[in-house]
Design a protein around this ligand. Sequence first.
Ligand code: GRG
Length: 325
Amino acid sequence: MVTRFLREKHIAYVKSLDTRRDELEYWLSEHLRVSGIYWGVCALELMGARDALPRDEMIAYVKSCEHADGGFGAHPGHDAHILYTLSAIQILALQDALDEIDADLHAAYVCSLQDKATGAVRGDRDGDEFDTRFVYISMQALVLLGRFRDERHKFDIDAAVAYIALCRNYDGGFGMVPGAESHAGQIFTCLAALAIAGRLDEPGVVDRDLVCWWLSERQVPSGGLNGRPEKLPDTCYSWWVLSSLAILGRLDWIDKNKLREFILDAQDDEAGGIADRKGDVADVWHTHFGIAGLSLLGFDDLAPIDPVFCLPVSLVQNIRSRNKK
Ligand code: GRG
């Protein structure tokens, strides 16, 4: 059983990811490369290793994924999608390089994806996939760009909140679209979107006791958290469940020490990185969300993370004070 946080190994693991170009996995993950960089860079920042990756090269790569009519793809030549647009903007924010892009261009792209009749947000211009993830992503992207509640960009916050309310279920949770099963990941996106909009207390939307009961029920005897009933625990829910509880001020509704044990035991004690659970192969997604969970729990001397933005608290504070000016 691994009982110590392996900081140096994880830093080395994240740094190694970009040098593995001879491995099949590197090429198989091209479709989500920009998000992979956000996960890696954010994890490094939480571990106090901001300079571990080459900044200029990273910024140039992100900009090579930019589309002239707004938005970012996952890799150069890939279509723009809201998922990668947020990751690109988050990386630039983490590198203090947001002034290298045209904020109005990307804010216009994000706003163009909202269906003003329902408040829902589609993932890309050509598709018809709507998902509560995209509502949250639009709001976070607009805040980072300094264009939230900006008269030049029409994002209908009331309609978005009404759409989220429609996605609420009888068990207090939220799903991907109206009528879809509650899932911890979607609960995070809905609560975080409501938090950004300042509407967590919207009448009839968030039943704090009920949803926090549902979330705390996600902890299984091993200490790990699952994303919905009867599913296996997975390190990434150390973020989706915990951040939701943190947004509602109920982090103490789970056993923190047992969860830490579960996350630490999923570490690869040779090559570094964290897996979904003990014995599985580590990857950058679980490494990031495992470390983000430990940060929320206040363990292992990690930089504090903001539960709404999934970015370091210090960065979110800077962005908020910049937006106030
Ligand atoms: C900036 C933190 C941040 C997020 C951006 C992408 C996104 C917005 C949110 C994703 C929320 C979400 C739905 C997370 C869950 C992802 C996941 C592990 C899905 C797996 O679902 P299943 O059904 O797995 O395959 P289970 O665990 O239910 O068996």
